[in-house]
Design a protein around this ligand. Sequence first.
Ligand code: WTA
Length: 691
Amino acid sequence: MENGQDEIYKPSAEFSSNAHVKSLDDYKKLYARSIEHPQAFWSEISSEFHWQKEWDTLSKYNYDLSRGSISIEWFIGGETNVCYNALDRQIEMGHGSRTAFHWVGNDEGETKDYTFSDMFNMVCQMANVLKDCGVKKGDPVAIYLPMVIQLPVAMLACARIGAIHSVIFGGFSSESLAGRILDSKCKASCVLGTAGMWQPDAVQVIVTADGVMRGPKMIKLIEIVREAFDMCKSDGHQLDHVLISQRLPEDQSPLGELKNLPHQYKLLKDLCDKASNTCPVEWMKSEDPLFMLYTSGSTGKPKGVLHTTAGYMIWSYTTFKYTFDYRPGDIFFCTADCGWITGHSYITYGPMLNGATQVLFEGIPTHPTNSRFWEICEQYKVTQFYTAPTAIRALMRFGDEPVQRCNLSSLKVLGSVGEPINSEAWKWYHTVVGSSKCPIVDTWWQTETGGHMITPLPGATPLKPGSATFPMFGVVPAVLDAEGREITETECEGYLAIKQPWPGQMRTVFGDHERFEKTYFELYDAENNLICNHFYITGDGCRRDKDGYYWLTGRVDDVINVSGHRIGTAEVESKLDEHVDCTEAAVVGYPHPVKGEGIYAYVILKEGVEPCDRIRQELKNKVRKEIGAFAQPDIIHWAPGLPKTRSGKIMRRILRKIAAGQTMVDDLGDVSTLADPSVVESLIASKADAA
Ligand code: WTA
C-alpha cells in the first residue's frame, strides 16, 4: 500500500464546482466549525429533521474511565422517530412517488420498484403485525432475512414502533443465530437503564424467510431457523413468533416439507395483507435504543453493539450526504448486505433519510455473469457505487472486458469499505470502472462508529490511492504510540484512537456496559499494563503521512478481516478446540490475494492421533457449520506445539509471520522469551503439510 502514497488524484473542476464541499479549504473550514462550534454545526443539520420535541442540550459525556463510567449522550431532551424521518417526512416533502428501491433479484429479469409511499404502506403493515404479536417499545426483534424488500421494511417497522432490531446476517449458522437471539433476550432486562421500558415477559419475534437463491445455490433459511428455534427451546427460551416471508417458488419452498411446523410459524404475507397500512409512530427520546448489531471482537462471544435514535439518525444522514455528495436524482447502489453495518447505515437509514433512490441487490457479483454489478449500474444509471475491496479484487481477475461491455457513463463517485484497499485494486477501480473520472471515497469506519469516520469528500479531497485521507466532521483522531501517548508529530504510526464522541458512536454493548468500557476505552501494552483509558480505542493501526493523510494498516487486536467480514480468532479457536481429536488450536490471519486476509489455523492433535485429510475436513466443516461459511479456515497446519511465553501466552506475532511465509527463525523477531524456542523451528518445518 506504500506505493500509492506520492500520487495525487484531484477531483475535476467540473465535479468540484457542483459538489456540496468544493475544495480542500472548504472542507477545512467546515471541519474546523464542526469542532469549534459544534452547537451551531449540528443545529443546522438537525433542523432538517422532524422533532416531535426539540432537543435542548447538544451533548454530555464522560470519556475518561479514570473519572467514572463512560457515558455518551447527544441531542438531549429531544424526541423524534427515525422511521418518521425516513418515510412520513419524505412523503410530506412531496417525495411519495419517488422510487425508494429498485429491487434486483438474484436471477436476471426479476426486478421490482418500490416508491417511498409503497415503503410507507409496507412498513406500517409490518409494524402493525409486530404490534399484534405483542411487540412493544424497547423489545428486541430478531431479523434473519436475505436481501429482499422485507429486510429494510422490517428494520423500519421496528424503528416505527420503538422495537430494537437485531439483524443477523443470512450467512450465519443456526448456532450463531440462536446465540444472538439468546444473548439479546437474556440481557434485555438489564440493558435499558435509560429507556427503562423492557418487560421481562417481552415476546420474542423473528422475521425470516423460507430461503433464498444465492447465485446458482439454494439456501433454505427456514431450516436453519428451525434448528435455532430448537436450540433456544432447549435453553429454556421459547420463540413466540416466527414470521416467514416466502421467497422461494412454491414448488421449491421447504415450507411444504415442513407442514407440521409448530404454531409459532406464520406466513408474513397473510398477516401483512390483513393489517392496516397506517400505524402511528412511537416518539422516541434521543437516547432510546434504535438497534443492536452483533460483531466479533478479540475475546469471547460476539457483542451486541447498541446504537441509539437521534445521534445515529443524524450521523448516517450526514455522512451519506457528504461522502457520496448525494443530490436528488442520484441513483445509489451499495452492494453490502443489510446484515452488516454498511447495509444498516448506507441502505436502510442514511439514503432513506436523504430521500434517495437506491438499488437493492439480492444476488452476487458473478451470477449469471461476471458483469452483473456493471449491468445493474448500466440499467439503472447508477451514479454512486459502493462496494468492498474484496469484490473489486475478485472482479479484477476477470479482466477489463466484463466492465467495458457495459455503459458506465452515469457513474460519478465510487466508494470502498470494509478493509484497506491496495493501490493496484484502487487503480483498477479508478481507471476501468470509473473511466478515470470518478473520485474514489475510501471510507474507514466500524460497526461501532455508526458511519464514516475517515473518508475523502469527493469534490474536495485530493486522493492518494490506499489512504482514507481525512476525518469526517466532528471526528478527532489521535495516533497513540506503544506507551499509549498521543503522538503530536504529523508524520507517525501507531494505534488509531478517537478523542471525543461523535453523534453516531455506539453507546454500549447490549447488556454489558463494563465490556463496552473495557473493550473500547482501555488500551494495554504487550506486558498487559494499562496505557490509555480516556480515548475511544478503534482496534486499528494507522500511519499519518507528512500531509496529514491517514493510512489504515489493519487490526492490531485478534480480529481477522476476511473479505471485509470481522472474525474473532477466539471464536474460531473455540470451535476447533471442541473437536474430539484436537488438543489446542491457534488461529491467525495471513495475506490472501482476494479476501484480504485468510484464516490460518494451527492445530495440535491429541497424543496418538495421526493427521489426515478426514480430520482436516471435519475441522473446516465444523467451523463452517457452527459459525458460518465465511469463517471456515483456509489452511490447517498440524502443529507440533505452539510458541508460548513462560506465562503460557501464545505469541501470535510469530504464528502470523510463519503463516505469511516467513521461513527464517532470524526474521521472526525476538523469540528469547519463549518457554521452548525450539518449537519455532519445528513449526517452520511442518508448514509443508499445511493445507
Ligand atoms: C476495517 C465495516 C481500512 C477496519 C464498516 C475496521 C477498514 C473494521 C476500512 C470494521 C477502510 C473498514 N480501510 N480498513 N476503508 N473500513 N475497515 O465493523 O479494520 O464490519 O476496524 O465495519 O474493518 O469492520 P466492521
